[in-house]
Ligand binder design. Sequence first.
Ligand SMILES: [Zn+2]
Length: 194
Amino acid sequence: MSEDLAEVATLISAWPFVAADWAGAGVVPFGEDVLHSPTQTVTSFTDDLATIADYMVEVMHERDGIGLAANQIGLPLRMFVHNMPRVAPPVIVNPRIIESSGTWEFSEGCLSMTVDGTHALLKRPKRLVVECLDVKGRPMRIEADEYLSRVFQHEIDHLDGVVYAERLTGDHRDRVFKLMRLAGVPVDKLDDLT
Ligand SMILES: [Zn+2]
């Protein structure tokens, strides 16, 4: 972790509505309220916001993730980062899905899920059109297919307070929930979206 971590932790804990316990402490696990509540629209595009986004990218890479939502570091803001900067800007703010089509099955997991074996196949729309802002507040329209689309849907779910396990069905759901219960994850925090 960079030496700027302490500075970032201070920034995060100073945010007016932050879950301060998690400021700079890594990735928030399933069961913490900040992960199961909708995030707030970003209205201010300051250098602090860019610093926090950089920190999120660092945490994502350190944990070998493919995406990370702001509430996964304890900050309930509508912003996420992903690891495909060649196909879409790396920081996505205030995303809104305006179109989706098709169906695509893919295996999902989550940095907030620390229990082994909880990746699971999940069907979601294949293609998306998203309207959002970049970290400077500039509007963007992004068309995403398959893998990129999946990462966007997983992260936008986080920003709405939804985790992928809530969308699982059938045997996949039974298996993942059983593993979570055995590991002591408070699954009662997960709503049934199916
Ligand atoms: Zn996740």
